[in-house]
Design a protein. Structure first.
Length: 411
């Protein structure tokens, strides 16, 4: 497989801004000044596929079903499309795991001790100082890198326990399963968080490998979370090309997307059926469109943008401006952007049926009052259809979400 490479510098400051592309020397330095810690200079691998979710069963709105055929209800879900399968190799000392697809090397177990995100960069710095696993170029993963090891085959936890350890002991003790990324949210917390009503707090993204969510968490208030460090070429860039026919190619992932979305919300069963309808119409000349799985759709998120961005230039939907996106009015009566369905099923607990499905928020990820709780780019789940119940509590349930279709092209 061919890779295009460009220089990429990972710089962590006191606010730990997201990784920023730039040129410069390949020297790696670490300073004792806690306000600025410069980690490694590395390169970007921008021609890599999205790793499959691992989901193998098919579901209707309540539970497992036999795989539906084309034209039948619920056709076109995650398990019916086999993507690039994960492949890992654990080191002989058990300290590290090599991802044979992305080329990244991970800590096999998360670093002991919860930290705030404002402290998180000290973890890979300490690993580098001790040459953990024989390496001294550890860093915090980006949110896309961290999500690349997400595994939805069973969930709870959402990671392959044959290779990765996770401190997940019960559904009531999930904070130890949350791993920080280097990706900071562009907006501020607009709702209360567990243990605090710190509205206005800065936030950064993490993956909860217990529940499976991507959410933004307060950087310095409320619960602390864990770190799983990574090393290797930066994985997860995008290279979009407007094809001029209502479609956009991502040359990095080998996926083609519809430039426009469905323009209307629908439940999960209707979303799957809508994709079949568009195939019958040969949308843009193709008849193999489908809903994306959760990891594919997450690749479209532009984490530099949000409706809550504090910088005016970054205000808008969390997606590249090449894409067209519908506007909605959210639960608080504010102008916003939709949640988008994936074809990946979810369940609200380790014993619950798969009566929910994952979605990606390209606008605010709101609470039940419509206030931004988890940030644009959050990945959460809703009930597939209204009658089945599904999520309760802080994650506001819409059920009628939007659709952006995808199809595979060659890398």
């Amino acid at each position: 497989m061919l890779f295009k490479q460009s220089v990429y510098t990972a710089i962590a400051t006191a606010t730990f801004m997201a990784l920023t592309a730039c040129g410069g020397s390949s020297d790696s330095t670490t300073t004792a000044d806690t306000s600025t810690v410069t980690t490694v200079v590395t390169t970007v691998a921008d021609r890599l596929p999205v790793i499959d979710t691992g989901q193998t069963d098919t579901y209707d709105a309540t539970g497992v079903i036999a795989a539906p055929a084309k034209g039948q209800p619920f056709y076109g879900q995650d398990a019916q499309f086999a993507g690039t399968q994960p492949s890992y190799t654990k080191s002989s000392d058990g300290l590290t795991v090599k991802d044979n697809i992305t080329g990244l090397t991970w800590q096999a177990s998360q670093t002991g001790g919860d930290v705030y995100w404002t402290e998180a960069e000290t973890v890979p710095a300490a690993l580098n100082k001790s040459s953990y696993g024989g390496y001294n170029d550890w860093r915090l993963p980006t949110i896309r890198e961290l999500y690349s090891v997400w595994n939805g085959s069973t969930g709870w936890p959402y990671i392959d326990k044959n290779f990765f350890a996770v401190s997940y002991t019960s559904e009531q003790e999930l904070s130890h399963a949350i791993m920080w990324s280097s990706t900071k949210y562009t907006g501020l917390l607009r709702s209360s968080i567990e243990g605090s009503s710190a509205v206005g707090a800065e936030m950064a993204f993490g993956v909860n490998f217990g529940t499976g969510h991507i959410k933004a968490y307060s950087t310095s208030i409320g619960p602390k979370h864990m770190v799983r460090a990574v090393r290797g070429l930066i994985y997860g860039t995008s290279s979009f090309v407007d094809n001029g026919n209502g479609t956009i190619n991502d040359q990095a992932t080998g996926l083609m997307w519809t430039q426009s979305d469905s323009g209307v919300g629908m439940d999960w069963e209707q979303a799957l059926a809508w994709a079949q309808t568009k195939n019958g119409e040969k949308l843009a000349g193709y008849s193999d469109w489908r809903l994306p799985n959760t990891k594919e759709l997450q690749t479209l998120v532009d984490y530099t943008r949000s409706a809550e961005a504090t910088a005016a230039a970054n205000v808008g939907p969390a997606i590249n401006p090449l894409f067209k996106i519908s506007s909605i009015t959210n639960e608080a009566g504010a102008a916003d952007y939709p949640y988008f369905w994936t074809n990946t099923s979810a369940r609200a607990s380790s014993t619950a049926p798969f009566n929910s499905a994952w979605y990606v928020a390209f606008g605010r990820a709101v609470d039940s009052s419509g206030r931004d709780l988890h940030g644009a780019g959050a990945v959460r789940f809703d009930a597939k259809v209204k009658a089945t119940g599904g999520t309760t509590g802080q994650d506001a349930e819409r059920v009628l979400n939007y659709v952006r279709l995808v199809r595979n092209v060659s890398l």
